[in-house]
Design a protein around this ligand. Structure first.
Ligand SMILES: *[C@@H]1O[C@H](CO)[C@@H](O)[C@H](O)[C@H]1NC(C)=O
Ligand SMILES: *[C@@H]1O[C@H](CO)[C@@H](O)[C@H](O)[C@H]1NC(C)=O
Length: 392
């Protein structure tokens, strides 16, 4: 008996359960991108210039970590969450520039952002909107750290301290939100609230090699009670005139800014799952594609079918045209995966992708390229550089 236990203890550890880096980007992505940038090949080179011209891309960037971050008016504190989302956008831009050029001045700048926040931040507060901060900035910040984890100038203590900060400051809010929803009716919170917290929990699970946490997010996406569960998020399917399947989203009758935000979050959720061996893109007959094509078609000015949406708070008889045609750099991810890699019909996703990149730059940008308020930082962007795949 005793001998057996000792023998077991000597068995080498099982191979790591998670692929690293394995959130939005893998090593294979950088192997594809680097030669394209080096040989000035389009469209990657336009994406690269979009990144290097971004106002958050200089290695001289000075981060401003705060002990307490507030999002939403609690009647007492000043809302200071822009300092968090700006530093995350800068951290992501630095991480990409280091990965692509090997220039360690960018790596050091990214690490100073990560270390600065992990040694300073103790609280995310404000109104219930703190759950949006935990979700959106949680998944984005985890992505910055995931890209930097193999930099030999970042100590293992640095990564551990960052994970510890995320686990103490961000994760409890995301977890509590999915479990309790501030004690609201289960259909009260719009889908994006669940989705950003699903993304955050999955991402922190991968970053910290915590399978329990990763599966908590993944299981909520598949089986959760709230509106972020994928069949509540994309809840009504239609056979469109040209044989396509369109899927009405939970926020279609609310406004298009949020209807689009849902796909800014669904893309990263699906890609993270995909990189970890679970194809959420093809889940339920490509359900996310049906939803993306629906929202893209409507935002390209076309008519789409609509079914009255009702929850505990509202009844919405018509699709909302508020914010219609909104520009978010979120389409390259979906276009390339479904259209180029899988060869599926991405008519409207492609058209909206084209519209976003036809701003003269030929590429999706990132933080600050589409405004200075929070919506411009709801997604990390830079999709033309990072997601473009070679047409087969
Ligand atoms: C900015 O973009 C232009 C092309 O649009 C490029 O020629 C220039 O080198 C870029 N600047 C930086 C700092 O990357
Ligand atoms: C993994 O995450 C769960 C929460 O989902 C937590 O309770 C647990 O302590 C974590 N495990 C480790 C080893 O940190």
């Amino acid at each position: 008996m005793h001998k057996k236990i000792i023998a077991l203890a000597l068995v080498p550890p099982a191979p790591a359960a998670f692929v690293h880096p394995g959130l939005l980007h893998t090593s294979a992505d950088f192997e594809r991108i680097i030669p394209k940038v080096e040989t000035l090949t389009e469209p990657w080179i336009s994406g690269w210039y979009k990144l290097t011209n971004n106002s958050y891309s200089s290695s001289d960037y000075v981060p401003s970590p705060q002990a307490e971050i507030y999002r939403g008016d609690d009647g007492e504190h000043t809302q200071n969450y822009p300092s968090l989302y700006r530093d995350i956008a800068a951290g992501y831009n630095m991480a990409l520039q280091w990965k692509i050029t090997g220039d360690t001045s960018y790596a050091d700048a990214a690490v100073s952002i990560l270390d600065g926040w992990s040694s300073t931040l103790t609280l995310l507060g404000g109104s219930t909107d703190a759950a949006l901060a935990a979700g959106i900035y949680g998944y984005e910040f985890a992505n910055v750290a995931e890209l930097m984890r193999d930099y030999d100038g970042w100590s293992s203590e640095g990564l551990a301290a960052f994970i510890d900060m995320m686990a103490k400051v961000f994760y409890p809010i995301s977890h509590d939100f999915l479990v309790r929803h501030n004690d609201a009716e289960i259909d009260h919170y719009w889908a994006n609230w669940d989705l950003c917290n699903i993304a955050a929990i999955m991402s922190l699970g991968v970053l910290s090699d915590n399978e329990t946490m990763y599966h908590e997010g993944l299981d909520y996406f598949k089986n959760g009670e709230g509106n972020g569960q994928v069949n509540k998020m994309i809840w009504q399917l239609y056979d469109d005139v040209d044989g396509q399947t369109l899927g009405q989203g939970q926020e279609a009758g609310r406004d298009q800014g949020h209807a689009l935000l849902d796909f800014a979050l669904l893309g990263p959720i699906a890609l993270t799952g995909y990189h970890q061996g679970e194809d959420l893109f093809e889940y339920q007959d490509n359900l996310l594609l049906a939803g993306a094509e629906y929202v893209a078609k409507y935002n390209m000015g076309q008519d789409v079918p609509y079914t009255t949406y009702t929850n505990s708070d509202v009844t919405q008889d018509v699709i909302s045209d508020s914010g219609r045609g909104g520009i978010r750099p979120i389409w390259e991810l979906l276009y390339n995966h479904y259209g180029v890699l899988k060869g599926l019909d991405v008519t409207w996703t492609q058209q909206l992708r084209d519209l976003v990149v036809e701003d003269g730059s030929g590429a999706e940008g990132g933080g600050s390229d589409y405004g200075s308020v929070s919506g411009a930082f709801d997604q990390l962007g830079h999709g033309t550089l990072m997601y473009t795949l070679e047409a087969i």
